[in-house]
Ligand binder design. Structure first.
Ligand code: SF4
Ligand code: SF4
Length: 114
């Protein structure tokens, strides 16, 4: 059961999670991070370091975010192919604090131009 990045990560991208992942299975989009499910070894290291509680084991995902399982697989595979593996902490989005409490949805997730 892989771990899944859910909605609170959108437009925050604090990236504390990537620093602790022992297998470097995070992939970066313009305003969201996704975990590649076949690479994740379920170690739980990323969960306590995410400041916005965006990461869950798949079986503990809140129901409203269950579809993020598919989104993580789809986006991580796409971003992996494009070379967007992220392994080092980078600055958060400029308006991350403002977005933390804002209503958002998967429609707000951006992807790279092909
Ligand atoms: S630490 Fe949390 S908010 Fe930041 S990039 Fe990772 S999952 Fe997203
Ligand atoms: S659970 Fe472990 S292996 Fe999976 S994404 Fe988090 S830190 Fe990486």
């Amino acid at each position: 059961m892989p771990y899944v990045v859910a909605e609170p990560c959108i437009n925050c991208k604090y990236t504390d999670c990537v620093e602790v992942c022992p297998v470097d299975c995070f992939y970066e989009g313009p305003n969201f991070l996704a975990i590649q499910p076949d690479e994740c070894i379920d170690c739980n290291a990323c969960v306590p370091v995410c400041p916005v509680e965006a990461i869950y084991p798949e079986e503990e995902l809140p129901e409203k975010w269950e579809h993020y399982t598919q989104w993580n697989e789809y986006l991580a595979n796409q971003w992996r192919e494009m070379g967007y593996n992220i392994t080092e902490k980078s600055p958060p989005m400029e308006d991350a604090e403002e977005w933390e409490d804002r209503e958002k949805s998967e429609e707000d997730i951006l992807t790279w131009d092909v």
